[in-house]
Design a protein around this ligand. Structure first.
Ligand code: AVJ
Length: 313
C-alpha cells in the first residue's frame, strides 16, 4: 500500500456525503500496538474465545481436515500468531507434515510472526509471503498440495455483506476440491457484552480510532487537532452491526498537505470508521452456501460467543 493510495482514500472519504475512513488504516505500527492492548482488555472477549477454541478443540479441527499427505496451512492477516500457534502446536505434536504459509502486507509483521513462531515451535516449516491476499492466493492455487486456509480473528466482520460475498467468491475461486477454509466469526450475544467490548472504560478503543487522525497528521501532513474529536460506537442488535465513529466536537477545517486540500467539519459531524458485524449461525451458513462452500462444523467456545467455522469446497 503506497502513501498515494492512503492520500486518495482519505480525500475520497472526507469529501463523501457521509465522511468515512476505512478501518484497514487502523493498523500502522502504532495502531497495531493499540490493537495488541485492545486484545488484552477484559471487555474484549473475541481473543480469549478464539484462543480457547484453538487450544481446546485444535485436535478435533485437525481430525476433520482429513489430509493424509503433506499440506499447507495458509493464513491471511496472521497478526502476532499466538492463537494460530495453539493449532500448529497440536499438529507438530502428532507429527503432521505441513508447511505454514502466513501472508501479510507488512514485512515487519511477518518477520515478527516468523521469529515468534520459530521460538516456540523450532521445527516448524514456514514459508512466509509478503503481499496482498489475492495475488498470493493466485500463486498458491497453482500448487497441487492440499491447503487449509485460515481467516481468523473475526476480521471478516469488517466487511459489508457485498464485500463478504466478493471475498468468499475470490477465496473459492483459488481453492481446489478438498481444500478447507477456517473462518473466525464473532457471534451475536447479549448486546451489553458487545457494547462494552467496543467502547471500553479506559478509552483504548477511542485512542485506536483517534490514531487514524494522528496517522493522517504523520503521513500526510494533516493538522487534525485530535482533542477536538470524540469517539462514538453503537451496536444494533437488530442487524448485528457495531459501527464506530469519530465525532467533530466543533466546527473546524483541517488541512492535509499531501492533498493540498482543506476539509471542513460541522459541529457533531461524524466520520464513520469501522463495521464489526456480529453473525448468527444461520447467517454464516447462508454466506457459505451462497458462495459455493459447504459448512463442515462450527467450533465454538464454551460461552458460544465466537465460532471458528470449518468449510470445504
Ligand atoms: C481485528 C477486525 C477483529 O472488529 O473486533 C477491535 C478490530 N475494532 N476493537 C474487531 C477492533 C475495535 C477487530 N478486528
Amino acid at each position: 500500500m503506497t502513501d498515494t493510495t492512503f492520500a486518495k482514500d482519505i480525500h475520497k472519504g472526507l469529501t463523501a456525503p457521509l465522511k468515512h475512513i476505512s478501518s484497514k488504516y487502523f493498523y500502522d505500527d502504532i495502531g497495531s500496538g493499540i490493537f495488541q492492548d485492545i486484545m488484552k482488555m477484559p471487555e474484549y472477549y473475541p481473543t480469549a474465545c478464539e484462543f480457547e477454541i484453538l487450544s481446546l478443540q485444535g485436535c478435533r479441527i485437525i481430525e476433520r481436515l482429513g489430509f493424509d499427505k503433506p499440506f499447507n496451512i495458509v493464513e491471511f492477516g496472521a497478526g502476532d500468531g499466538i492463537k494460530t500457534r495453539q493449532l500448529l502446536k497440536q499438529l507438530v505434536e502428532i507429527g503432521a507434515n505441513f508447511t505454514y504459509v502466513p501472508i501479510d502486507i507488512s514485512k515487519k509483521a511477518i518477520e515478527e510472526l516468523v521469529s515468534g513462531m520459530l521460538k516456540h515451535l523450532p521445527k516448524i516449516k514456514i514459508n512466509p509471503m509478503i503481499g496482498n491476499y489475492f495475488s498470493m492466493m493466485e500463486e498458491l492455487s497453482h500448487t497441487s498440495v492440499p491447503a487449509l486456509y485460515l481467516f481468523l480473528g473475526g476480521n471478516i466482520g469488517n466487511y459489508e455483506a457485498n464485500e463478504v460475498n466478493n471475498l468468499l467468491k475470490d477465496f473459492r475461486g483459488s481453492m481446489k476440491k478438498g481444500d478447507k477454509l477456517l473462518t473466525g466469526f464473532d457471534l451475536q450475544k447479549n448486546p451489553a457484552t458487545i457494547r462494552c467490548a467496543y467502547d471500553d472504560p479506559k478509552g483504548i478503543t477511542k485512542s485506536f480510532n483517534i490514531n487514524l487522525l494522528h496517522r493522517i497528521n504523520r503521513e500526510l501532513g494533516g493538522n487534525f487537532k485530535t482533542n477536538q474529536f470524540d469517539f462514538y460506537s453503537h451496536y444494533n442488535p437488530l442487524n448485528g452491526e457495531v459501527r464506530s465513529y469519530l465525532i467533530s466536537l466543533v466546527p473546524q477545517n483541517v488541512f492535509v498537505k499531501e492533498n493540498q486540500q482543506s476539509y471542513s467539519f460541522e459541529r457533531n459531524e461524524v466520520i464513520w470508521t469501522e463495521l464489526s458485524k456480529k453473525y448468527t449461525l444461520r447467517e454464516i451458513e447462508n454466506a457459505a452456501e451462497n458462495n459455493g462452500f459447504t459448512v463442515m462444523e462450527h467450533f465454538m467456545d464454551c460461552k458460544a460467543f465466537f465460532t471458528d467455522s470449518l468449510w470445504e469446497v
